[in-house]
Design a protein around this ligand. Structure first.
Ligand SMILES: C[S@@+](CC[C@H](N)C(=O)[O-])C[C@H]1O[C@@H](n2cnc3c(N)ncnc32)[C@H](O)[C@@H]1O
Length: 221
């Protein structure tokens, strides 16, 4: 992968001032967008795969897994957990399918906006929840497209688990940390992240391009 990824350019020079109010609105008004059938089917198939392996296995979601490198790594790191690597891109999921996925993981083509709500509706609590290099949506007017500004975000609290989010855009992680603090009542901080062993293709690309990496983590119980 080439090392010429462009730095994120945004008119925003700090966390969006509207984020706290937007999140409070989302917390006060449940998100009721109807669930799509293809997401219900993908969710049922993912759950069946977990149940066939071990119905008691704690679950990890690798949200926006792309081609699934990270899904593979997480499954190897937590061999007694089952990992759902979820991505909406059929192209990326299919490119990942030749990966030698261990028995405790599946790659799922689904929209997370529905997949997260389906997990919550099933009463499922996650052990871990990774959000590695989500689309940054850096335009000021795109706050509501970033996960922490999206109407579905409050469902993360229902899902619980240890949440980890990484990005090459410090402001995204500062906002995410602010939103997770509001959601959890805990102090969540944005921290620089360094590694020489990238976990995803985007992480590898950003490192090769000399970008700084950022992350925030919180245990949502
Ligand atoms: C910037 S890529 C990062 C991919 C991978 N995590 C990595 O670090 O290499 C963001 C990924 O999120 C996925 N994505 C964005 N919105 C999504 C949604 N609503 N549901 C599922 N996947 C989504 C995209 O298809 C894309 O693969």
């Amino acid at each position: 992968m080439s090392g010429n990824s462009r730095f994120i350019s945004s008119a925003q020079d700090g966390p969006h001032p509207d984020l706290p109010d937007l999140l409070r609105r989302h917390l006060a008004h449940p998100f009721r967008k109807p669930l799509a059938d293809y997401n219900r089917e993908a969710f049922a198939a993912a759950l069946a795969a977990r149940d066939a392996w071990n119905p008691q296995a704690p679950l990890i979601v690798d949200a926006g897994c792309g081609v699934g490198w990270s899904t593979l790594r997480i499954a190897a790191e937590f061999p007694d957990h089952f990992v759902f690597g979820v991505d909406q891109s059929i192209d990326r999921i299919n490119r990942g399918k030749p990966l030698p996925l261990p028995a405790n993981a599946v790659l799922v083509r689904a929209d997370l906006v529905d997949f997260w709500r389906l997990l919550a509706a099933e009463g499922i609590r996650l052990a871990r929840h990774y959000n590695l290099y989500p689309n940054p949506w850096p335009k000021i007017g795109h706050l509501a497209r970033r996960w922490h500004g999206h109407a579905v975000f409050p469902v993360w609290r229902e899902l619980g688990g240890t949440v980890e989010c990484r990005s090459n855009w410090a402001i995204y992680i500062e906002e995410m940390a602010q939103a997770l603090s509001l959601l959890s009542g805990q102090t969540v901080v944005a921290e620089p992240y360094a590694t020489d062993d990238p976990m995803t293709p985007f992480e590898k690309k950003y490192l090769a391009s000399g970008h700084g990496l950022w992350r925030c983590r919180v245990d949502l119980g």
